[in-house]
Design a protein around this ligand. Structure first.
Ligand code: GA4
Length: 319
């Protein structure tokens, strides 16, 4: 695999495109169609009027910045209290196979049943304030992810509109929350090109740019941060469950030379034993047979962690 050298981003082609922004307060059937169109064309869109209260977002952002402002030794110690790898705090290393980037992160379990472990991880504040902050954010963002997944199912014309949501609101869901903190540095690769393995990702950041998505090989599109929006991207499992109709978009993060950037991502995932396969309604005249074989999330996750960040793991499951 070719590992991008830190400066390679300066020579690549960056193109500017107006990525879709979908207003969730508009008429439901129209919103459902727009979400499907964006998921097919880009695998990426922004949502506005999402109804997540601003104080839930602000408190979460403050909790993240407070955490990263702690001395390195304290961050590592706090985050190892309860979490075992890959969960916890990391600096520059990504995964287990040699990927690196200009990023430090805190990776937390994002399922409702595990969230209480967070209180001591993110803060040593005994008042439990952080626990309430993180769990309020988690609940809100999971609800938004479910709303979007329901709209996707409606827009796709799948009769069982909870076909995707049952996975992520399951008590044993393997969802994650991730804070990424990018220090201000001259342009370099902070988090390399990859797709997200899960079903759906909801991301927001402070108003500093850095996220880019790739539509065709070699073309990168910067995603401008919008304080009112959540960015939504299709993960590998959703590409499989839509039989390739939606695309799991490749994306990366680059550093900003002036300001620190912090993003917070929610990765909506199924329980480990969930069987992932496209429902019969996803077989169409254009795609009459299953493009991917059925597998469990545990199998997919194992393949993910045995490969490099930029590898296209989904190809291992093609029929
Ligand atoms: C990318 C999306 C999520 O951040 C993540 C990442 C995970 C990790 O950092 O532990 C992975 C990466 C991500 C995909 C390939 C593997 C696993 C690092 C890596 C090299 C938490 C996830 O689920 O997959």
């Amino acid at each position: 695999m070719v590992v991008a050298s830190p400066n390679s981003i300066q020579t690549e082609k960056i193109v500017s495109i107006n990525l879709p922004t979908i207003d969730l307060s508009k008429e439901r059937a129209t919103v459902a169609k727009l979400i499907v169109k964006a998921s097919e064309e880009y695998g990426f869109f922004n949502v506005i009027n999402h109804r997540i209260p601003q104080d839930i977002i602000d408190n979460m952002e403050e909790a993240g910045f407070d955490f990263f402002a702690k001395p390195a030794s304290q961050k590592a110690k706090l985050a190892s209290n309860y979490d075992s790898v890959p969960l916890g705090y990391g600096c520059k290393n990504i995964g287990f196979n040699g990927d690196v980037g200009e990023v430090e992160y805190l990776l937390l379990n994002g399922s409702a049943s595990h969230i209480s472990k967070i209180s001591t991880t993110i803060s040593n504040d005994p008042s439990n304030f952080r626990y309430r902050v993180v769990s309020a954010y988690r609940d809100a963002v999971e609800e938004l992810a479910c709303e979007i997944l329901e709209l996707m199912a409606e827009g796709l014309g799948v009769p069982n509109t909870s076909i995707f949501t049952t996975f992520i609101n399951h008590p044993d869901s393997d969802s994650l929350l991730r804070f990424n903190h990018y220090p201000p540095l001259p342009p370099s690769l902070a988090f390399g090109d990859h797709s997200d393995p899960q079903i759906i990702t909801l991301l927001r950041s402070n108003p500093v740019s850095g996220l880019q998505i790739s539509l065709q090989h070699g073309l990168w599109i910067p995603v401008l941060p919008d304080p009112k929006a959540f960015s939504v991207n299709v993960g590998d499992l959703l590409q499989v469950m839509t039989n390739g109709r939606f695309v799991s978009v490749r994306h990366r993060a680059v550093t900003n030379s002036e300001k620190a950037r912090m993003s917070i991502a929610y990765f909506g995932a199924p329980p480990l034993n969930a069987c992932i396969v496209a429902p019969p309604e996803m077989l169409t005249p254009e795609r009459p047979s299953l493009l991917f074989r059925a597998f469990t999330w545990a199998e997919y996750k194992k393949a993910t962690y045995s490969l490099r960040l930029g590898d296209t793991r989904i190809d291992l499951f093609r029929n």
